[in-house]
Write a protein that binds this ligand. Structure first.
Ligand SMILES: CC(C)(COP(=O)(O)OP(=O)(O)OC[C@H]1O[C@@H](n2cnc3c(N)ncnc32)[C@H](O)[C@@H]1OP(=O)(O)O)[C@@H](O)C(=O)NCCC(=O)NCCS
Length: 169
């Protein structure tokens, strides 16, 4: 980490990638509600922020808006567990998509996870969410299984995808 929580080498033109803070949570909840993600809600993110094993990052506009706040354009929530890095949620505001922010945030989370010793990254994705699957495939994630009717509203299978980060002893 360099200045004030900025994640090193993970910036993106016009944006800063930083550790998520409690002050970001209203925006995070708004983004997850508009992204069609499985809803965690404010309390769950607040609890997650306190876990030493969580890796939660935001992409924040460098320029302040007219209220003086730096608007959050996207986020990733991941957690280290039993030697693996679980990517739990990633979402980018619709108007900020296809500019590389998803790739930048996911890359930063994977880098931090690998540095913390994670050997494998794991995630679930809706079987019909091709945009996210292309994003993951770009990092080398490969399908590792399918969970029937894993998701609700609408019901849909989950694809389990994994990526080797390190070498098991
Ligand atoms: C999936 C998501 C996070 C991608 O974020 P993004 O910032 O738009 O992605 P990027 O601009 O970094 O794109 C990186 C790569 O992902 C793939 N990709 C992203 N969006 C895509 C789309 N709509 N169609 C096809 N490929 C896409 C491409 O391979 C892209 O590389 P390219 O632009 O060089 O072709 C974003 O679409 C999103 O928030 N979706 C809703 C929430 C969601 O589905 N989250 C994942 C839950 S598992």
């Amino acid at each position: 980490m360099s200045r004030a929580g900025v994640v090193e080498e993970a910036g993106h033109e016009g944006f800063l990638v930083e550790r998520m803070g409690e002050h970001d949570l209203l925006e995070i909840v708004e983004i997850e509600e508009t992204c069609g993600l499985s809803l965690w809600g404010w309390d769950a993110y607040r609890t997650e922020l306190d876990r030493a094993e969580s890796i939660m990052l935001v992409a924040r506009r460098e320029a302040t808006d007219f209220h003086g706040a730096k608007r959050v354009s996207g986020f990733v929530a991941a957690r280290l567990s039993a030697g693996d890095l679980h990517i739990n949620n990633i979402g980018i505001r619709e108007e900020a998509r296809r500019r590389g922010l998803g790739r930048t945030l996911l890359g930063a989370a994977l880098e931090l996870g690998a540095r913390a010793g994670a050997l494998e990254a794991i995630l679930e994705v809706r079987a019909g969410n091709h945009a996210a699957q292309y994003l993951y495939a770009g990092f080398g994630f490969a399908p590792a299984g399918r969970r029937r009717n894993y998701y609700r509203q609408p019901a849909e299978d989950a694809l389990l995808m994994t990526l080797r980060l390190g070498v098991r002893a």
